[in-house]
Design a protein around this ligand. Structure first.
Ligand code: 3HC
Length: 326
């Protein structure tokens, strides 16, 4: 393992940590076989694992609409998008595995609620316009957060993010396309689009994490280039990017305090309800129980597949051993 197996003296430890930080400061990538401080490894497992779980749980609110998509074309697009999210989860589990944690262990931690997934996926999708709002806002926020992660100091995570970001851009575009159709459609469609924006606006702002004053990990993660911006900075960038898009759609951001700040050249906006955010990440959001129940059911019902794959792998290994011995 890359982390210290012997216990070096305090001086030796400090020297290693300084050399490690110097590599990061110089823009070098840390690879799985390299030495790394235990906290760096743990922080990455936490972030990559939560990110992977978010991709997997994130299939549920949209999967809810695959059978009800309004046209065959929309259905095909939505299916492809949901399958992409599954793929993202798998790349990310693989990236986490290079840090010495198995996918089964990460899944166990999700299912017994020791690990989180993004708060946003605990909100229900009530109408087809919600699928547009998720693509436009949720994938838009995901891109804002994830594009910098392509430069993450940890090589396997950075490389996984390259493909993920390309696919997220397609997801955002398809969501905005649904919103255009709805917002420029009949009165009823416009009302649905506005209602989706009203319900998803603040939960989307929460995706960037708690306000900087409550962010426990930001400072160290930024120093390690596991994060590049603070939560509040990314939230602000997202608002600045999204308000003109809402204007283009002719929809109103549900924030009475939203205004352009000429001096600072950015929008002033209202904070989400942070009490609600902390309740959701503690398991008390509108759909937390439903989401976890769905993941537990999938895990239990997939047991025979895992058993069959293991049995096959064992049989193949035994055959290879016999062939070698012969
Ligand atoms: N939902 C759930 N938990 C959240 C959260 C959110 N939106 N924002 C923060 N938290 C949690 C943190 O995980 C941490 O809890 P922990 O100590 O138990 O792990 C706690 O709140 C304090 O927050 P911090 O700001 O200190 O945490 P981080 O520095 O890790 O920042 C983050 C949070 C910005 C989400 C960061 O982890 C990150 O950039 N992660 C990678 C990207 C990611 O996971 N995105 C999730 C969305 S994926 C997605 O959107 C799928 C796409 O298809 C749409």
């Amino acid at each position: 393992m890359r982390t210290s197996t012997v216990s070096p003296s305090g001086d030796e430890d400090d020297r290693r940590v300084r050399a490690f930080q110097a590599r990061i400061d110089a823009g070098e990538k840390i690879e799985p076989a390299d030495w790394m401080p235990e906290d760096y490894r743990r922080t990455l497992i936490r972030q990559i694992g939560q990110h992977a779980h978010s991709e997997i749980v994130g299939q549920l609110p949209e999967g809810n609409w695959i059978n009800r998509a309004p046209t065959l074309e929309r259905k095909a697009i939505l299916l492809a998008k949901v399958q992409d999210e599954a793929g993202h989860g798998l790349y990310l589990y693989c990236a986490a595995e290079t840090l010495g944690v198995s996918r089964d262990e990460l899944t166990a931690q999700l299912l017994d609620e020791r690990m989180k997934y993004s708060s946003i996926f605990n909100y229900p999708t009530l109408s087809w316009a919600d699928i547009g709002a998720i693509g436009w806002l949720v994938d838009g926020a995901a891109i804002m957060n994830q594009v910098p992660l392509q430069r993450c100091s940890y090589g396997p995570y950075a490389r996984a993010m390259v493909r993920i970001c390309k696919e997220e851009s397609f997801h955002q575009r398809q969501g905005f396309d649904i919103m255009i159709k709805m917002a420029k459609g009949s009165d009823a469609q416009r009302r649905m689009a506005q209602d989706a924006l009203d319900r998803f606006w603040y939960p989307t702002l929460m995706m960037f994490g708690p306000p900087d004053r409550d962010s426990v990990h930001s400072k160290r993660s930024i120093a390690w280039k596991i994060k590049f911006d603070t939560n509040d900075d990314l939230r602000r960038k997202f608002v600045d990017q999204t308000v003109p898009q809402a204007d283009f759609l002719g929809l109103k951001i549900p924030d009475p305090h939203l205004r352009w700040n000429e001096d600072e050249h950015r929008y002033d906006f209202s904070d989400p309800d942070w009490g609600e955010f902390f309740a959701v990440i503690k398991g008390d959001g509108p759909c937390n129980r439903e989401r976890l129940a769905a993941r537990r059911k999938a895990w239990e019902e997939g047991e025979w597949v895992r058993d069959a794959l293991l049995a096959h792998a064992r049989k193949s290994a035994a055959r290879r051993r016999q062939e070698k011995a012969a």
